[in-house]
Design a binder for this molecule. Structure first.
Ligand code: AFP
Length: 280
């Protein structure tokens, strides 16, 4: 696992350089979710593929930018699903973006996730790694990811990050989101899952939601590339991650690009979601 973390760190440093200096703009390609791919999305995908190809313990990789998974080493033990540059549509307005990694054994099922990791490219580059019951924060300084601290979520937070188009929310979902605001929760939503969830984690709690909507009944966020890794990080940090009713990590995956409604947060807010959704 140590050499996988090392290769994520090397990828992150190369991606940071690519974000800083390269020319942006769209390619003529679309990814598997039908979104236009930026040149930078493709470049970041290639960087990670190149770094992971050097690690013998990696059996298979699956990227959000590619239709199919790819076999790397027949004798490898791990399968890794990753989103090379999540939130890339925010690059042109200079907001934070991230890379997300889920590391599995045997198959790409939430229950087989053994480690997860994400990198935030913001004013600083930070990396969060969840493994063996601990969630650790690292900061990039002088080409080295220095350990900062262990992360734990509180029982209740103050931040509310509600995703999806409000016009298409279910009425009970709107009521729940409004209810939290009436209790004093503050809105924090950039449109980048990585910085939005990172903020809630580091500020001790709150709720991030991306619900089922009338136009997207299965939500927008992809299980393998976005939802499962963050569910793993949040639960290891003492928080909760559900689809409204079930724990996200207990959900089946039929296709690598499957999506799911998702809610991540601390105990108080997730109890609220469960209460509202159990009556829906
Ligand atoms: P992009 O990678 O296309 O910018 O999408 C980012 C994202 O997948 C995730 O990071 C956000 O939480 C979510 O989409 C935001 O979606 P909305 O724009 O519908 O709020």
């Amino acid at each position: 696992m140590e050499n996988i973390l090392k290769s994520i760190e090397l990828s992150a440093m190369r991606i940071k350089d690519a974000i800083d200096v390269k020319d942006f703009g769209y390619s003529n390609e679309q990814n598997s979710s039908g979104e236009s791919q930026l040149q930078l999305d493709i470049q970041c995908d290639m960087i990670i593929e190149e770094e992971f190809s050097k690690i013998d313990s990696i059996h298979t990789i699956a990227s959000e930018e590619k239709e199919k998974e790819m076999l790397l080493h027949e004798d490898g033990k791990y399968l890794i699903a990753f989103d090379p540059l999540d939130g890339s549509s925010l690059i042109d307005v200079n907001l934070s973006v991230g890379s997300i990694f889920g590391i599995y054994e045997n198959s790409f099922e939430g229950s087989n996730l053994v480690a997860s990791c994400y990198v935030v490219y913001g004013p600083r580059v930070e990396l969060v790694f969840a493994y063996e019951g601990k969630v650790k924060l690292y900061l990039l300084q002088n080409n080295y990811f220095e350990f900062v601290k262990e992360i734990r979520l509180g029982e209740k937070g103050k931040l509310n990050a509600p995703g999806g188009t409000q016009q298409n929310w279910m009425p009970y979902h709107k009521e729940m989101v409004d209810g939290l605001f009436q209790e004093g929760y503050r809105l924090r939503y950039s449109g980048g899952m990585v910085p939005d969830l990172h903020q809630i984690l580091l500020k001790g709690g709150g709720l991030f939601s991306y619900p089922a909507t009338s136009d997207k009944p299965d939500g927008k966020l992809r299980k393998l590339f976005e939802v499962f890794p963050f569910a793993h990080v949040y639960t290891m940090a003492g928080g909760y991650a559900i689809d409204g009713k079930e724990e996200l990590l207990s959900l089946d995956t039929k296709h690598i690009h499957d999506t799911s409604p998702c809610f991540f947060g601390s105990k108080y807010e997730i109890d609220r979601v469960k209460d509202v959704y159990s009556k829906a």
